[in-house]
Structures are given as C-alpha cells and as structure tokens.
Design a protein around this ligand. Structure first.
Ligand SMILES: NC(=O)CC[C@H](N)C(=O)O
Length: 259
C-alpha cells in the first residue's frame, strides 16, 4: 500500500519539526520537512502530499508577533495553493507557532473567508508558560467536529510552551458561531473537567479555548504540543493510554487513518 505523505513546513526558527515528523512516522506516514522557500519555488509540490503540518517554534524569532511573518509569507506567496489544499478536505494541522500562523493568515477559523478574524495574543501572565495542562475535548452529541480528535477521551493531558497563546476572537458573534458550529476542539480544564485557574489555564484565553477547527473539521490548530506526547514515558506520571503511547499519538494517527 502507498504510504500517506505528510508535509512539515518549516522555516528559520522552527524547532518542533523533527518531533512532528517523528510523530507522523510513528503512525505509519512518510513525513518530509520542507523549507517554506523551497515550496515557494515549486508551489504545486504541495499537492503531492496528503497532510500539511505547520510545526511549533519561534519562526523568524517571533518578530512583530508570533507567527506573523510566516503567515504573511505563506498567505502572499502560497495562499491560493494552501487554501485549495485546505478546502479539498485534506488534513491540516498547526501546532503552537503553527496555530498562530493559521490564525494570522486566516485559514482558521474560516478557511473559505481566509481572512484574519481572531488572534493569539500575549499570555495574561506576560511571560512564557511551559507545563503540562489538561484539555477538555469538546463534543456535540458525543461527537467531535474535527477528524483530528476522534476517539479521544473527554479529558487528556498535553504540554504547553508559549508566550502568545491567548485566543481572542474578533467579536462576540464569532465566538457564538464557533461554539454553535462545534468548532471549539479543546479547552483548558482542571483534571476533573472544571474551569481551570492559572497555572492550569496558562494564558487567559477567551472561554479557555486551546484549539479550534474550521467548519469542515479538517483544518485544526492548537496551542498544546501533541508531538511531545506520543510515548507514555514522555509524561512525568507515565499516564499513557495503552501503557506505551501518549494521547498525542491518537491525534496524528487519526489524520493518517483518515487518508
Ligand atoms: N512552542 C511554540 O511553538 C511557541 C510559539 C511562540 N514562539 C510563542 O512563544 O508563543
């Protein structure tokens, strides 16, 4: 059988590309890291892949605002290709800095509109927050909207590491729409599913939002790092789901299995 092909789009300052590649490969995909300039030179190359990933890190040193420069670059030089890829229904993920890129170029939350209508701003603490947190998986009638989070339990644990993770939608209407359409994928939570306080809420996000998807559910962005929890032993309490793997693996496996 042909292997599922994942593209990990990187640039100067990206630092989670190796782990993201390893996570996809653990799930049976062939994953390739590509510098954004290489894709700009051969724009149609994007369609050789089944999955597109924007990994975490500090693209261009977080200058101006985290993810802002890369989002401009992708939108202006690859925008129409990336949007076509997303609207075709193939899985797209943005992790941490990658989530910031998706939101700032506007592929999230509305891939059709493709305009920035929300942001990820400075954490309420005004500093970098780095720890394990709990996430509540949002479901409507028992089902999550996003293909990426199928088969996850209600509460999972993943690590966060960011300075600009506070999700802010442009207005109340957008927030209402995200809730109504089941586009909120993860919220920061306490271990027993209650509203968390700092430090379990690491950034003061609107309604504790930690991850969202587009209307179709194929484009997904989140601040926590699933690629840092694919093995149980990466967790300080070794809380794996099968004694060997961590919750993050299910997220990557879902996309590979979907293809
Ligand atoms: N781990 C990350 O991807 C960090 C994202 C970004 N540099 C921030 O600090 O908010």
């Amino acid at each position: 059988m042909k292997k599922v092909k994942a593209l990990i789009l990187r640039t100067a300052g990206t630092n989670c590309d190796f782990e993201t590649q390893a996570a996809f490969e653990l799930c049976g995909a062939s994953a390739e890291k590509l510098h954004v300039n290489e894709l700009i030179e051969k724009r149609d190359k994007i369609f050789e892949y089944d999955i597109l990933a924007f990994p975490g890190g500090f693209s261009y040193g977080d200058d101006i605002a985290s993810g802002k420069i890369l989002s401009n670059e992708v939108k202006n030089k690859l925008g129409e290709k990336v949007q076509k890829f997303a609207l075709s229904g193939k899985p797209v993920i943005g992790i941490c800095n990658g989530f910031q890129v998706l939101v700032k170029m506007g592929l999230l939350p509305d891939s059709k509109l493709f305009k920035q209508i929300s942001t990820l701003s400075y954490n309420d603490s005004d500093k970098f927050e780095c720890r394990w947190v709990y996430l509540k998986t949002e479901k409507q009638k028992g089902v999550s909207k996003s293909l990426w989070v199928q088969n996850l339990p209600n509460i999972i644990s993943l690590p966060v590491a960011h300075g600009e993770g506070k999700f802010i939608p442009a207005d109340k209407k957008l927030l209402d729409d995200l809730n109504k359409n089941n586009q909120v994928v993860f919220r920061y939570s306490s271990k027993d599913g209650k509203n968390p306080k700092y430090p379990l809420d690491p950034n003061g996000s609107t309604e504790q939002i930690a991850g969202i998807c587009n209307a179709k559910g194929n484009v997904f962005g989140l601040m926590p790092h699933p690629e840092r929890y694919v093995f149980a032993l990466q967790h300080p309490g070794k809380e794996g789901f099968d004694g060997e793997h961590g919750w993050g693996k299910i997220i990557f496996q879902n996309a590979v299995d979907y293809i």
